[in-house]
Design a protein. Structure first.
Length: 57
């Protein structure tokens, strides 16, 4: 029984990480389409990567 719970947690954690990575890729793709002056205003991409490193993702 505990093996099946462990496998289930492994599976759900994998799916959760995959969903988060996919959402980050979609966000990066959408933001990168903005005009250069807006990208500078929001600090893209350097600010995004700095925050991402700080949060451990």
């Amino acid at each position: 029984m505990s093996d099946s719970i462990g496998i289930w947690r492994l599976y759900t954690n994998f799916l959760d990480r995959a969903r988060r990575r996919s959402a980050e890729r979609r966000t990066a793709a959408a933001v990168s389409e903005l005009p250069p002056y807006l990208l500078k205003d929001i600090g893209w991409p350097s600010g995004y990567h700095r925050d991402r490193d700080r949060n451990g993702r």
